[in-house]
Design a protein around this ligand. Sequence first.
Ligand SMILES: C[S@@+](CC[C@H](N)C(=O)[O-])C[C@H]1O[C@@H](n2cnc3c(N)ncnc32)[C@H](O)[C@@H]1O
Length: 215
Amino acid sequence: MVVEVLSEAQRRKWDASDDQLFYAEPRFVQHLDEAFRERLKRLYRERIPARAVVLDLMSSWVSHLPDDISYERVIGHGLNAKELAANKRLDSHWLQNLNLDQQIPLKTASVDAVLIVAGWQYLQYPEAVAAELLRITRPQGLLIVAFSNRMFFTKAPQVWADGSDRDHLAYVAEVLMAQGWPRPELIAEQTRSRGWQGLIGGQGDPFFAVVATRP
Ligand SMILES: C[S@@+](CC[C@H](N)C(=O)[O-])C[C@H]1O[C@@H](n2cnc3c(N)ncnc32)[C@H](O)[C@@H]1O
């Protein structure tokens, strides 16, 4: 059963047109800087066991997984076919607009780690997605929701567009717990720019992650 957390007003976004249109053209860009990506890769290295079945939900042409670790299978999901086809880490992928259909076409308890990077902020029905993620994750499996302080503003629902970084962490945790996930771990860290800028104190994209473990 899905427990609703958001009001209808909080689900609304500035650009209400079909998200598929927004993602129709591939974007072969990095949405997060190198400092953020390295921090994320380190988290994945520490938390995701080799041989895991991994689902990269809301993915693109990159999955940020450590290159030297082999997983049993990496399944990708997103909205742009060309980006997903170019993602070398994926063994398979599918396209689905999660704001139209939240049912995930994977078997119950079939995945060890679900990853969402810079994606949760576009979900209008995160409660139903979180409930589905609980269903497909194996006992002791992980969900890692990572994000920084940027977004495609017109595509983010009101609840995200209006919130601070701290609000975003609390909001993701609240939605997860409402669907039966245990209280997640919250990570909020500043990152250091790569290269000379980092040497003189330059900061990279701030790193936020919500890490939940299925009981
Ligand atoms: C900023 S990109 C991040 C992509 C990737 N995770 C990364 O780290 O580069 C946001 C992604 O969210 C996904 N997304 C956005 N809206 C979506 C929707 N309505 N349904 C499904 N996926 C969506 C798309 O896959 C899109 O590439």
